[in-house]
Design a protein around this ligand. Sequence first.
Ligand SMILES: *Cc1c(COP(=O)(O)O)cnc(C)c1O
Length: 400
Amino acid sequence: MSDKKRAPLDIKNLQTDTLGVRAGVRRTEFNEHSEAMFLTSSFCFDSAADAAHGFANAEKGFIYSRFTNPTVAMFQDRLAAMEGGQACIATSSGMSAIMTVAMSHLQAGDHVVCSRSVFGATIQLFTAILGKFGIETTYVDMSDLGSWKAAVKPNTKLFYLETPSNPLTEVADIAGIAKIAKAANALYVVDNCFCTPALQKPIELGADVVIHSATKYLDGQGRVLGGAVVGTEEFILGKVFPYVRTSGPTLSAFNAWVILKGLETLNLRVEKQSQSALELAQWLEKQPTVERVYHPGLKSHPQYELAKAQQKMGGPILSFTLKGGKEAAWKVIDGTKLLSITANLGDTRTTITHPATTTHVRVTPEARAAAGITDSLVRIAVGLENIEDIKNDLLAGLKG
Ligand SMILES: *Cc1c(COP(=O)(O)O)cnc(C)c1O
């Protein structure tokens, strides 16, 4: 046996799909090929002095799984590499990732500028929860740079958006908004849930922080909840780590392992699903009972050029309105046998949703109308089934 150690892998210059299967690996003394799952709440030390040293350098070693665990660290390092960020902290869900960023960065008296077209619970979090602690949020039209600029106040500390948006797939100019956030000295946070690093790299376009609901495409198979915050080492280790260590919105090692393995097929899945979504969107545009189709890969999308410039593909989600109102929308949903009628997205199985009565039912009818979420709108998150089977399943309810 040679006692020469193999040189460690240098992940610089590797592509996202390579990073998805290679980055972040930590092997134990057994040299296992597949990543190990460390189901342990704490870690042991060789001596009292060793324990004292461990606690003094808590972010570097493994002490207690509320704040450090090797399986969670592998997921964090892999996702950070894929997003092009310096560091990452995993959380128990997407919502806890957003809460973690807010609690790590904001204090009473601060102001947030947020896109109006974000996940419903995100609006509840900023307004109903953070509002109780003296943090004020202004909502803006994500595609209008002027409205971001006009919303800035002297106490603005955070910019927040999601692109493409749910369910209308509006696209925000990530780089354009970065300039406004920088000028305002605000932390710029992008929820990269819909595109994932397989299709879009917000940090390369000027975002300071990327957050994820890992529940969606990162797991990709509808199994577990998880979240993540990616950013600079200074922000993640300096601000996010102490908050998570103290308050405990931690990702479990089991869920981290599931999502870590999900990352290995992320590019494959999301690219295939985006290709199918575009094909389905083009087909829906030709159906006589369909009024309008929303997908960033369609030439009819108002921000087609912008989407093409900042995304590798249009993304796996599309929505469409029917000429016959809510009745027609429900008819399409109820006519399916293959697609899953569920509010979730990011699964290998195609999901179909009526946003106005499910995901967006907590939004007031006026706000829904302003956001274009009409009663005739149907959202589809395209899975990995054969595209012809998906079309055939929709055809039953699309017939006039
Ligand atoms: C689902 C979702 C969230 C929340 O994530 P959870 O894991 O359900 O807490 C946040 N943002 C977007 C865009 C989502 O789709």
